[in-house]
Each structure stands twice: as structure tokens, then as C-alpha cells.
Design a binder for this molecule. Structure first.
Ligand code: HEC
Length: 132
């Protein structure tokens, strides 16, 4: 009987260890998939689903003002870029062509708070010379 108990507890122990191993394995898979940085997320949105790139180049005006120019105005005037993107603040860069920018708010409205922040981080860093 004692032997049986010993054997049983060994089995329990073995199973326990195994499931622990499994858990650990899952955890390492989880940490391997690193979360994208706000810069990378912002860049992906700017050049992807946000369609910002279709009207905004970095260093020159196209349909809309260049990102460097936009960020300079926001820095100088201490503008709130996220508030602008949420349509809670008036345009301060080129109000005369605001109607064109407005056409893109249908897309911007779908962004989460985190995505809006990421776009701001990207525009800021790219205006400060980051190129990757
Ligand atoms: C259809 C063209 C178009 C698209 C697409 C577009 N923009 Fe614009 N954007 C403009 C124009 C034109 C202006 C200048 C008018 C203005 O200042 O609002 C502008 C201005 C801005 C400004 C300055 C606002 C201000 O205070 O005057 C920001 C910030 C901006 N865009 C961000 C973005 C972001 C981020 C995206 C993508 C999610 C985007 N834009 C997509 C045309 C566009």
C-alpha cells in the first residue's frame, strides 16, 4: 500500500512538473513576440492604414504640409497634436486648406488612444531626424 502511495505521488509529481514546463514554454513564446515601439507603430500607421503619407511627406510640402513643418509649428505654438487629431483643437498650420485634411478624419476616428499617441511619437521623432 505504501508503495502504491509512493508511486502515485511520483506520478502526480511528474505530471505537475510537466505542466509547469509547458507553462514556462508558453511564457517564453510570449516574451519573444516583443511589442512594437510607439515609433514603429506610428510609422506603420502613417505609411499604412492612416494614409497620412498620401498627403504628407517628411521634409517638403505636397498636398499637405511636410511633417517637419507641422512639428515646428506645434513646437513653437505649443500645439496639442492629439487634440487636433481628435478634432478637439483648431488647425494651426494651414487653416486655409483644413478642408482637405478633414477628409481623413473618417479614418483617424477609428484610431485608439494608443495609436494616436504612436502617430505623434512618430511625427515628432521623424521631424527630429530619425530615419529608420
Ligand atoms: C487628403 C490629404 C490628407 C491626408 C490623407 C492627411 N492629411 Fe494631414 N493635412 C492635410 C492638409 C491639406 C493639411 C493642412 C491643413 C491644416 O493645417 O489642417 C494637413 C494638416 C495636418 C496637420 C496639422 C494640423 C494643423 O494644426 O493645422 C496634422 C497634425 C496632420 N495633418 C496630420 C495628419 C495625419 C496624422 C494623417 C494620417 C492619419 C493625415 N494628416 C492625413 C492633408 C491630409
Amino acid at each position: 500500500m505504501q508503495r502504491l502511495i509512493l508511486l502515485l505521488s511520483l506520478v502526480v509529481l511528474a505530471v505537475g512538473c510537466q505542466s509547469e514546463k509547458k507553462e514556462k514554454k508558453q511564457i517564453t513564446i510570449g516574451t519573444k513576440k516583443e511589442k512594437a515601439s510607439p515609433y514603429d507603430t506610428g510609422k506603420a500607421i502613417f505609411n499604412g492604414k492612416g494614409k497620412c503619407y498620401t498627403c504628407h511627406k517628411i521634409d517638403k510640402k505636397s498636398i499637405g504640409p511636410g511633417v517637419i513643418d507641422i512639428m515646428k509649428v506645434y513646437k513653437d505654438q505649443k500645439g496639442d497634436l492629439i487634440a487636433f487629431l481628435k478634432q478637439e483643437a483648431e488647425p494651426i498650420v494651414d487653416p486655409e486648406t483644413y478642408a482637405v485634411m478633414k477628409t481623413n478624419f473618417a479614418i483617424i476616428k477609428t484610431f485608439t488612444e494608443e495609436e494616436l499617441n504612436a502617430v505623434e511619437v512618430y511625427m515628432n521623432e521623424v521631424a527630429n531626424g530619425k530615419t529608420e
